[in-house]
Design a protein around this ligand. Structure first.
Ligand code: HAM
Length: 427
């Protein structure tokens, strides 16, 4: 019987992993550029954290979460997103007491949602996310949005649009909730069971319903923007004017409500029409969550952040660079058992000196070994036969200009240093 990876998961093999590393490095560079530090939190948390933070009427929590009892019967969930864990850790580690009031952190790693897998959507996927906690300011919202735009621009994603909206503060949300209830009440009988439950618990979530998406009542539902308090309106206007000043283009999308409960004020998404992703694909999204940290037992602390799906970012990374792989400095080619012993000594010594090398372990002939040297783009082949073992030398062949020299064992490092310097550097 064969085994296959669970549906919605993928293996990242050599050849593809280089592209992941390139993406991760780029994201780390941009993070450093914004003075955002890495934070790592567990991949599983108590299920209750997500029920509380993300909301138990959201699809993410009620339909898509991997939740199971551990051996002591505690309910555990694989994290479906990163914000809840970061906010939990912020409170638990009393990061609100740190001298730097605005804590800016990023994370990268696997997230889990039981969804129908399709292009760019998996059950185990990866997010790069940023959270900025501790300061309530439209400037921080805009720093987040500009950073998100920087990411997609650095990747060369085409046809991306920043969509923004405001959900307002508690006052605005209460007023909006009542308006939604008044709006949906007459057609409640026609809505699905989930929506009926949402009507009382969390009417905003009716707007995410996939079953009732085409119901006429959805089309002319009230907009959050019409129920903003004075305070919320001022915040949103400031966000828009800052984006204008920075010449960051955006569209106000009054239908944007996001699928997670913790948001207040600004919400945003980066939507791409890049043909590689398919029209209207959401590459990333985020927003402000001023109530979340308090909800998790911390002091009232504002926050704002975003996350990108890394698989979606990768689809956009230039394919031309796909095969561009760093070559090895040397490929060691032993011919015969005795030569293998010496090759092992040589390769260990070379690696200790910082050269990237590999050797043949399959006892193949010269031809097979040269093929490997070629596949690994080795700058030098170091050939070792009986003669070389006897004379304590090696044969070094440059695979670029095809020259070959006999070099005493004790001179190999100096020889490679001389010949790799300049045009070809070893890392
Ligand atoms: P989200 O919109 O649920 O937000 O997810 C962010 C991004 O993760 C999506 O735009 C998408 O690119 C990617 N994503 C989500 N589900 C999948 C999937 N099944 N397969 C592949 N990619 C997926 C959040 O998670 C919030 N925590 C963002 C945030 C951070 N808000 C404030 N701070």
């Amino acid at each position: 019987m064969g085994y296959s990876a669970p549906r919605g998961t993928v293996d990242i093999l050599p050849g593809k992993s280089e592209k992941w590393i390139r993406l991760e490095q780029l994201l780390r560079t941009i993070s450093a550029n914004y003075n955002v530090k890495e934070m790592r939190t567990p991949i599983f948390e108590h299920a209750e954290l997500f029920n509380r933070a993300v909301g138990d009427t959201t699809d993410v929590v009620s339909k898509e979460m991997y939740t199971f009892p551990d051996k002591k019967g505690r309910m555990i969930s694989l994290r479906p997103e990163g914000t809840a864990g970061i906010a939990r850790a912020y409170v638990e580690n009393k990061m609100y007491g740190l001298p730097e009031k605005l804590q800016k952190v990023y994370y990268m790693g696997p997230m889990f949602r039981y969804e129908r897998p399709q292009n760019g959507r998996q059950r185990q996927f990866h997010q790069y996310g940023v959270e900025m906690m501790g300061v309530e300011s439209a400037y921080v919202d805009v720093e987040c949005m500009v950073m998100a735009v920087t990411v997609v621009e650095a990747l060369g994603l085409k046809n991306v649009t920043l969509h923004i909206n405001s959900l307002g503060d508690d006052v605005s949300r209460d007023a909006y909730r009542e308006a939604l209830k008044d709006h949906f009440r007459p057609s409640l009988d026609e809505l699905c069971g989930d929506c009926k439950a949402r009507f009382d618990k969390n009417p905003l979530r009716i707007l995410d319903c996939k079953v009732d998406a085409n119901h006429p009542a959805m089309k002319n539902a009230p907009k959050t923007i019409d129920y903003l308090s004075e305070n919320a309106k001022k915040h949103f206007e400031k966000v828009c004017s800052l984006l204008d000043d920075l010449e960051v283009s955006y569209v106000i999308d009054t239908n944007l409500v996001r699928g997670l409960d913790y948001y207040s004020h600004t919400v945003f998404e980066i939507i791409s029409d890049d043909p590689k992703l398919g029209a209207g694909a959401t590459v990333g999204g985020g927003g402000r969550y001023n109530g979340l940290i308090e909800e998790l037992g911390g002091p009232a602390t504002p926050g704002v952040g975003f996350a990108f799906g890394m698989e979606r970012l990768l689809l956009a990374l230039d394919d031309e660079q796909e095969d561009e792989e760093d070559g090895l400095d040397c490929y060691i080619m032993p011919l015969g058992e005795e030569a293998k012993d010496l090759a092992m000594q040589v390769i260990t010594m070379l690696r200790a000196n910082g050269f990237t090398c590999d050797m043949d372990h399959a006892s193949r002939g010269l031809k097979g070994q040269f093929k490997s040297a070629d596949r690994f783009h080795a700058h030098f082949s170091i050939i070792l036969g009986d003669e070389e073992v006897k004379n304590e030398v090696v044969n070094i062949k440059c695979n670029h200009d095809k020259t070959q020299e006999t070099v005493p064992l004790e001179n190999i490092v100096a020889y490679l240093e001389n010949h790799l310097a300049g045009g070809h550097e070893h890392e």
